[in-house]
Every structure is written in C-alpha cells, then in structure tokens.
Design a protein around this ligand. Sequence first.
Ligand SMILES: *Cc1c(COP(=O)(O)O)cnc(C)c1O
Length: 380
Amino acid sequence: MKHIENTISFIKDLYGADAFIPLHAPNFSGNEKEYLLNTIDSTFVSSVGKYVDEFEEKMQSITAAAKAIAVVNGTAALQVALRLAGVQSGDEVITQALTFVATANAIAYNNATPIFLDVDLDTMGLSPKAVENFLEEYGELREDGCYNKKTGKKIAACVPMHTFGFPVHMDELIAVCEKWKIPIVEDAAESLGSEYKGKPTGSLGKLGVFSFNGNKIVTCGGGGAIVTNDEDLGTRAKYLTTTAKKPHPYEYVHDMLGYNYRMPNLNAALACAQLEQLDGFISKKREIALAYKSFFNGSGIKFRTETPDTNVNYWLMCVELENKKERNLFLEETNANSVMTRPIWQLMFRLPMYEHCQKDTQENAIYLEERIVNIPSSVR
Ligand SMILES: *Cc1c(COP(=O)(O)O)cnc(C)c1O
C-alpha cells in the first residue's frame, strides 16, 4: 500500500532514524541528574523531602488547582480521588469504555461498578449527550444524590477521561452532572498541559488525577497526583495517602484505614526536572503534530487534530483509518518496518472483569476502536 509506505518513510525522516522508532520515549535533557544526585546526597529519598513539596507546588500552578497531592501512581490517585468524591462499596460510577484499564480498575478497587457510556467522535472522550440520555432513562434523583432505577444503586461519581490529551466537552458534561447531583472526577492522566476553553484539564471537576508513568508526557518513573479546588478534600487526600497518620512528635496514631500511597522524594526530584520542561515538550509536540497534519492531508489517512476551544498537549498522536481492515494493514506494515504503532484500547466491557457492566449502544466507541491508531509521538 503506497500511502502506508509513504507514512513509514515520513516517520523515519521525521525522527531521523532507521532503527526502531518507539511510540513515546521519555526525554531527560534538563536537570534530572542534578536533582536526583541532590536527593541521594540529602538522604531524604523517601516520601518526605523538598522535591515532593516543590512538585506539589508546581502541579498547583500548572493545573490552577488549590491543592495538589503527590502519590505513587495515577491508578492510586484515581482510587483515592473516587473515595474522596464519596464513592462507597456497592455504588456505581459512570465512565467511558474507551479508556485504559486503570480507569475501570480504580472504580473496582472501591468495590464500585462502572457504567460504560459512549464517547463523542470528535473528542474520543465521555459524551455529555450519552450521559444525559442514560440519566433521562435510568436516573432517579433522591435527597442524597442520583440512583440507577435499573439496579437501585447510587451513581456516586462520573469519570470522564481526556483521551490522548484531547479534552472532553466539559461544560456540557458539568451541566448534566450538576443537574443529576453527580460529582465529576477527571481522569486527566493523559492530558497534563491540555486546556479546555483556556482552563487546564484536571481542575474542572471536583477532583482530578494525573499520571507520571514512563510513557506519559512527563515522567518520574512512576507517580501520580490528585488535584482539587476544595482545600478540605486536598487535606483529606494527603491524610489518606499517608496511612491516615495524625501528626504527633513520636507516637503512631492512625484513626482510619489509610494507604501508603505517597510519592517518594526520589521520584519527585525527577518529576520536578521534567515539569520544568513541560511547556517546551508541548511546543515541540505541536510542531510534530503540524508536520503530521500537512503530511497526512489528502492521503486517505486522517490525522486527529484538536477540537475548537481546546489546546491539546499531543501526548500520543493518532490517525483514523478508513475501516478495520485498513487499520490492521497499517498496524502490520508499520510495526514490521520498525515504526511502532498501536491500536486504541479494547473497550472495557470486552474484558472478563467488566463483561457484566451496564452500558449503552457504544456506537462511537466501537467506531473508534476499529479505526484509531497511535503513531510515534516522542519529543525530538
Ligand atoms: C496512564 C493512565 C492511568 C494510570 O496511571 P499509572 O500511573 O500508570 O497508574 C490512568 N488512566 C489513564 C487513562 C491512563 O492513561
């Protein structure tokens, strides 16, 4: 296929490499080594230390949130954020089936059940219309929140996920969720630095979470963050993730079931050095996105660009193939030629753990599942 061959040589030229081109390689060209050595010299390698504090301050300023709490990874961040939003054992949580498995797992860790609703074709994230339609049919407002008429269970939260950094239609989603008294927890693991109507993603709902895993736009090896504009929730997030330990000069006092989920200072050192480069990473990625956009223009392969009113971080860039057959051909030929590409995730209700979950038609999610492929997106 000519257009696939052309794509392979374009990507090889773009990254100036004939060797294997990964989807997303981390870039450590800033103060990473200096900060790591400082941390070792200070002996404060664990979860108390100046880089943890600096990291939290930096995250507050990047996300414009009142509070940011450093934690061990994005999944743990989401698990705790859901608990703080009020999710309890036996509740249900609305989210999208088109997501990385951690979104659904974090719901299940709270002994809650996901309800999978469709995504929008343009954002690839949770569709406010799908949520509205579902609630019109199954929602029942009671004194203490929204209940599912079909199961009798409380719908305790809604988790939109900003797929590959493309923000969900948040204004519309917030309006629906406010009407039905459902708190929003943003899974912003992929959208650090992305903006919706000039506002950073992650701080648009009640709580938001980020990931700093090795393949994310900014990494600290492994790490996560919870952000919120509610000071009280922020304080509780820090408390819960620090084994619910009450301050005391020497005694161990714990008054509830907490978690050992704090980010070590060693990882925070790496995160601080990386966050200093976030703006630079995003502008370089936007240049790559422009190059891809003009290359794919008229090629029969659609390069996904940002929707109106958003600024996308272009964490993982993606193309849309015409159909599943074309997609498979594209995946086979690129990977056989050392250009790493990967299909979008399998929908969550196909996984054995989530087969039984309630869902809607999933028309758009299935369309995207069959066509979307990630292409190399590293900062050069
Ligand atoms: C990466 C990711 C997470 C989880 O992050 P970890 O730090 O790997 O635990 C959660 N949700 C989404 C959508 C992600 O992409």
